[in-house]
Write a protein that binds this ligand. Sequence first.
Ligand code: SF4
Ligand code: SF4
Ligand code: FES
Length: 318
Amino acid sequence: MKIKFRISRSGPVGKGGEPHFQAYDVEVSEGMTVLEALLKIADEEDPTFVFRKSCRSAICGSCAMTINGFSRLACATQIIPEYEKMGEMVLEPLKNHSVQKDLVVDFNPFWKKIERITPYLTPTEESIGEAVTKKDEAAIDASQRCIMCGCCNSECNTLEIDPRFIAPAALAKAWRFVGDVREGGQAKRLARLSEEHGIWDCVRCVHCTQYCPKDVSPLKEIELLRSAAMKKGVTDNRGARHVESMVESVKRVGRLDEASMTFRTLGFLRSLGMIPFGIRMEIHGKMPFPIIFPKIEKMEEIKTIFRELENSEEKEKK
Ligand code: SF4
Ligand code: SF4
Ligand code: FES
């Protein structure tokens, strides 16, 4: 069976390398992967065509690319089921990365983000002696499965608009160290991660978790980092203030009081700049009228939930 592959080609712009799609007809067989098709094209048809690969077993992360619009590993994607599902085979480089040539992207920004999280243990004399139990190991197990393929960063909505965002791959790795009982510098790490372009800039679109080929679930690790930061008292930042004001609002009126949350999160002066936006929301019925803010019915039930939570936190502390 022959399948047409449309592959993004590019090279030095101005020297004939302007981005364009090139079509190749490839004879495919049952079980054949996208990577095998690429090797066939390079061997038999077009030796100028460039892509990355190494292990061919979904271990090294090198062959990540955009397949029919989604970030995937070429060596772990079988052609026939993919073609039957999508009706085409379109290959492009990873998104949110600059292209060097054809399907090869520049990974330097990716590694710089990993460097930013100090990707090694920094134990103290006391923490180094901690015995690691099965439960401790399980807490960081998922983050250790990362193969640094970049699929999560490629699909990240925040990274798309803010290249300085530390992004999901580095944050999943950060939890590997923050969550390790032998680590001694949690507080310092969490303070750094809570700065701008860090943990609080994630918009929870879930793409990183959805497209990770190794089930690392970066969003879950981001949530764990946020929770650990708040428990350590790293709350002097907009993200933590937003969470605190959200909890306060639900506790007080049983729902979100956007106006008061804005003031608590951004502070008085910055909130003034949000007033025109607030008025537009109000006009379009997107925000209950601030000031006269009705409590929900059955407020007692909300209060019971909070009481239960506070009791269980007390018990945990003991
Ligand atoms: S959940 Fe957060 S980190 Fe993950 S892709 Fe979305 S914005 Fe990026
Ligand atoms: S978290 Fe998943 S998608 Fe992201 S780099 Fe690691 S293995 Fe790849
Ligand atoms: S070639 Fe190593 S993950 Fe695909």
